[in-house]
Design a protein around this ligand. Structure first.
Ligand code: G4P
Length: 536
């Protein structure tokens, strides 16, 4: 039987991030296909349903398909136990992606070779850098006309501020795409055949060495010459693959390929598994010390809560990233925020949309715990005598605000319950205006589609109809430190600045413009404002 440390060191847990349409789903699917975890392409996301109306919660869930309802895809390959944390594709649910990144040990950034770094990539990248996790780049769609690879690398470096180390180098693109040059083996992997027609199958790869006259035949004389020039330039730059820089997210190993035609997916996976980190320690905020994954006692934190995964039972599943030790179904663990012991009776693991019960899992893995409504995002569960508490998950600044009030004031209880549960789940952020009650709530979301989800879910799950009044705030800041309500009210602010409180009692200011934000800072000495919510 494998030891705890063997089990843990075989884990590789990562998330794939991209701007919508860059090819995240396709790459995920090809990884599963390649490793034999699924048999046919198209099983990852029902693409045909993805373009339908998005206003109905059920449809939204359908549309999100496994991209959201399943949280982790696990497979074993070449002795590694790989966990791909799934992130929703739609940008309006990017908050879920932020949280998922908190549970990942590495990220793979998929970039469309024709488009380069896009808005959503930038946003998600910022979260990765907060955690200093290794970031791997996969430049996709080389079978379509792509931009010059030097230009793409430069853009990543300039826009995202991370250096890249090309692990391989493309030979042409689009109709002229001939394959990639592997910088380690110094060989060319040739792209051949009609990949599109066989998109679900593996494309053959032929190997040949650079400089070999046979190469002229394989990739064309001109391509061969250009490639030799490019490689000379790259090698001449003298950069090394500095593994320490990779480990702390300062250098991104970059790969070129075409997920759709399966080209470059295998070499990417192999290198990725070689370079990707084993589960990293998370810091215990009580002692300030890192909790080693191999610590005997189980510990983990909730990074995502998913409601209604089973329509018949209306249950909630709290997804826990295991930070240390071993999880066993039925074990007792301490819920730190709830201050009590719990039996972790249901562990589920996701593969496609089957929910399989897991009996055991290890640091680096994700387990879905049955949640009768006690968990909030960021909560810690731990076994053993010594309790630990993880830093929780930063609350990201919402970008759209509305005042939500109930149509039928007699349904106050359901309204408050619904709002609180949906906020616990992280579907929305709710705020109470200082001095006001809960008859209306200020709601903040990252994407406007979340408002529609909120309305639909309140109606179908809590039988509450609401009014939505958009609010004109554009900047949101948490007040750092423990300022009490009285002090917040005494702040000197412009008239249209709103003072609110979040679910954890944190105080915030909502501004309608940057000018008003600057006013607050300039007119209140010592006032410290932060873009992120309190994480503990
Ligand atoms: P996402 O999860 O990042 O949003 O992207 P997804 O994989 O869904 O891919 C978006 C579109 O790009 C899909 O086309 C997909 O087939 C295509 N695509 C992905 N990788 C490649 C690639 O390497 N080369 C080419 N040429 N296309 C690629 P679609 O038309 O939106 O969907 P579908 O109808 O083809 O499924």
């Amino acid at each position: 039987m494998a030891s705890l440390s063997d089990e843990i060191s075989s884990r590789r847990t990562f998330a794939i991030i991209s701007h919508p349409d860059a090819g995240k789903t396709t790459l995920t699917e090809k990884l599963l296909l390649y490793t034999g975890s699924i048999q046919t392409a198209g099983s990852v996301k029902g693409k045909s349903s993805s373009k339908h109306a998005k206003s109905d919660w059920m449809d939204i869930e359908k549309e999100r398909g496994i991209s959201v309802t399943s949280s982790v895809l696990q497979f074993t390959y070449d002795g590694a136990c790989v966990n791909i944390l799934d992130t929703p594709g739609h940008q309006d649910f990017s908050e879920d992606t932020y949280r998922t990144l908190m549970a990942a040990d590495a990220a793979v950034m998929v970039i469309d070779g024709a488009k380069g770094v896009e808005a959503q990539t930038k946003k998600l990248f910022k979260v990765c850098t907060l955690r200093h996790i290794p970031i791997f780049t996969f430049v996709n769609k080389l079978d379509h006309d792509a931009r010059d690879p030097f230009e793409l690398m430069e853009e990543i470096e300039n826009v995202l501020g991370i250096n890249t180390y090309p692990m391989n180098w493309p030979i042409g693109s689009g109709r002229n795409f001939r394959g990639v040059f592997d910088r380690q083996t110094r060989r060319v992997l040739a792209f051949e055949g009609d990949g599109h027609a066989n998109a679900s199958k593996k494309v053959a790869e032929i190997e040949a060495e650079l400089g070999d006259p046979a190469m002229d035949e394989l990739i064309g004389e001109e391509n061969h010459k250009n490639l030799m020039d490019d490689i000379e330039l790259l090698d001449g730059a003298g950069d090394e693959l500095d593994l320490d820089a990779v480990a702390c997210g300062k250098l991104s190993p970059a790969f070129f390929g075409s997920a759709l035609t399966n080209f470059g997916v295998e070499p990417f996976l192999k290198e990725f598994l070689r370079l990707a980190p084993t589960p990293r320690p998370y810091t215990d905020v009580i002692s300030g010390e890192p909790v080693e994954p191999t610590r005997d006692d189980f510990s983990g934190f909730v990074f995502k809560i998913q409601a209604n995964m089973d329509k018949n039972h209306r249950d909630r599943i709290a997804f826990v990233r295991i930070c240390s030790g071993k999880f066993e179904r039925g074990m007792t663990a301490y819920h730190v925020q709830g201050e009590r012991n719990l039996k972790l009776a249901t562990g589920t693991s996701m593969m496609a949309d089957d929910r399989a019960i897991v009996d055991e899992a290890y640091a680096g893995d994700i387990v879905g715990l049955f949640d009768p409504g006690i968990f909030s995002i960021g909560d810690t569960v731990c076994a053993g005598k010594e309790h630990v508490r993880f830093a929780g998950i930063p609350t990201f600044a919402p970008e759209h605000f509305a005042r939500i009030s109930q149509v039928d004031t007699l349904k106050r209880k359901q309204f408050v319950k619904g709002m609180e549960e949906l906020a616990q789940e992280g579907a929305i952020q709710i705020f109470r205006e200082l001095g006001a009650g809960m008859e209306s709530v200020v709601v903040g979301v990252v994407g406007v589609l979340q408002f529609e989800v909120l309305e639909q879910r309140l109606k179908s799950e809590y039988h509450v109809e609401v009014y939505r009044q958009p609010l004109p705030f554009s900047e949101i800041r948490w007040i750092e430190g423990d300022m009490d309500e009285k002090a917040v009210r005494a702040l000197s602010l412009t008239r249209d600045t709103m003072r609110v409180e979040d679910m954890r009692g944190g105080k915030l200011l909502l501004f309608t413009s940057e000018w008003n934000l600057n006013f607050a800072v300039e007119h209140n000495e010592g006032l410290k404002l932060s873009e992120f919510g309190n994480v503990t």
